[in-house]
Design a binder for this molecule. Structure first.
Ligand code: ZN
Length: 466
């Protein structure tokens, strides 16, 4: 088994998913869209195969509180908001994880992970649960050095930074729980992720993602548990997405300053494409304000790109599909060597920007600059197909989707209207117009439309006799 694992060189990637007790807001959307963009760049631009896993915390204090409020079993709450979260992700066109891990489906593995830590002596028991003893791990706090911000909510805790691995269910209350060697209860949040990462990926994790707010405590705690469990250092590459703030404050449920994903999209504040452009325009690791200026910049950028796409969609040469273009590009590959050196430099620049910490903002600005150049060339009668197809490919990789189909449908509709209009005139001419010269002139105009104007844009019409 170990040998099999070593042979598998796919990137092992884990993302801390949502706790499903309420609707996701735009702050969550930014985290998941930013991570989705990075995933697409890794998988489709750098062509590195990944195994992408995400957890769903479907048992938690907040879920239990909500269930109590609504007087329903907790599963009703967690299932409702899991479904909504998936719908939101679909709306934002976030690629589905390869593996989705619902905590309640993995209780036995979490119990045996805790058991491992208990046996190695890293834990202690109090009246309400099993705790991790951070002082037994000499490197605790080295990751972010913020661990001492935690309030001591349980007097029996040896150190305020100690965290619960297993929460015992109070016997008198009707609280859901699972049987375990440490009594009936449920896992603590910090231990779920560590245990499931170990269950799925074993000793090695390559990328670990999540919102930056998880880096201070949650991920510090994951590192401590994994390193103690494995008996060796555990060091994934961390991909922490910056905060989204609204009027200078972090968007969060506790501050009640949030906009849900659905609200933002249904109120037409932003559509899925504009939101993705918004994420692309702010590098994933930066904090960003969800303000008027930032929203306008994203809308303006997307409308520029759509306009650019329309310009080329209407161009005569673009009647063949994108994939035909790609095939064409491959046959022209040898010719490309003849291009001027500076034609290629912007592509190199894009490669470097993406390779160096996924600087999507800089890449988007380069794309806009190149789009402008292609339109200038088009005005001069040149068709820089290689550049255009490269831009298309990049935008597709970023997960952007042009409204191409509606455009094509409109074109079809327009062609239909022209054909019918022309037919009606020809019929009217034959049956109702006596003046021979006028008939001849109008027929000539109809023929000109068929033989010159329509042909020029690649449409071939044939008139049926009678
Ligand atoms: Zn986590």
């Amino acid at each position: 088994m170990e040998n099999e694992e070593e042979k598998d060189d796919s990137i092992r990637w884990y993302v801390c998913g949502p706790t499903v007790y309420d609707e996701a807001h735009i702050g969550h959307a930014r985290t998941f869209v930013a991570l989705d963009i990075i995933r697409r760049v890794v998988e489709d631009f750098f062509r590195l195969p990944c195994i992408f896993a995400m957890n769903i915390t479907d048992i938690d204090d907040k879920i239990l509180e909500k269930a109590k409020e609504e007087r329903v079993p907790f599963e009703i709450i967690s299932e409702r908001y899991t479904k909504k979260f998936f719908q939101d992700m679909r709306l934002l066109r976030v690629r589905k994880p390869d593996i989705v891990l619902k905590v309640t489906d993995h209780i036995p593995c979490i119990i045996s992970f805790i058991q491992g830590l208990v046996e190695k002596g890293y834990t202690y028991e109090t009246a309400d649960g099993i705790y991790f003893d951070v002082n037994k791990y000499p490197f605790y706090g080295y990751f972010r050095q913020c661990g001492n911000l935690i309030p001591k909510e349980n007097r029996e805790k040896k150190d305020p930074r100690d965290f619960v691995l297993w929460k015992k269910s109070p016997s008198l209350e009707n609280v859901p729980g699972w049987n375990s060697p440490f009594g009936k209860g449920r896992p603590g949040w910090h231990t779920e992720c560590a245990a499931m990462i170990h269950e799925v990926f074993g000793d090695r994790l390559d990328f670990h993602g999540g919102g930056v707010d998880l880096s201070t405590i949650h991920h510090e705690n994951e590192i401590a548990q994994m390193s103690c469990f494995l008996g060796k250092g555990w060091v994934p590459n961390w991909i922490h997405v910056g905060h989204l703030s609204i009027r200078g404050c972090k968007m969060s449920k506790s501050l009640r300053n949030f906009v849900t994903i659905r609200e933002a999209i249904e109120s037409k504040q932003m559509d899925a494409e504009e939101f993705r452009v918004f994420c692309l325009l702010h590098n994933f690791n930066c904090d960003v304000e969800f303000g008027e200026d930032e929203i306008c910049e994203a809308k303006r950028t997307w409308s520029k790109l759509k306009k650019w796409n329309e310009e080329w969609s209407y161009a005569e040469k673009d009647l063949c599909s994108f994939f035909e273009q790609k095939a064409k590009k491959e046959t022209e590959e040898t010719e490309e060597w003849g291009e001027k050196a500076d034609d290629r430099s912007w592509k190199t620049e894009i490669f470097i920007k993406l390779r160096n910490n996924f600087q999507t903002r800089e890449v988007m600005l380069l794309i806009l600059q190149e789009c402008k150049k292609t339109l200038q060339l088009k005005a001069q009668g040149c068709f820089p197909w290689d550049t255009c197809s490269y831009i298309y490919q990049l935008l597709l990789i970023f997960g952007l989707k042009f409204p191409a189909w509606s455009l094509i449908n409109k074109e079809q509709e327009l062609i239909g209207l022209i054909v019918t209009f022309r037919e009606k005139i020809r019929v009217a001419l034959s049956s109702k117009v006596e003046d021979q010269q006028l008939r001849k002139d109008i027929f000539a105009i109809c023929d000109e439309l068929r033989d010159q104007d329509l042909k020029r844009i690649g449409i071939h019409l044939e008139d049926l006799k009678d």
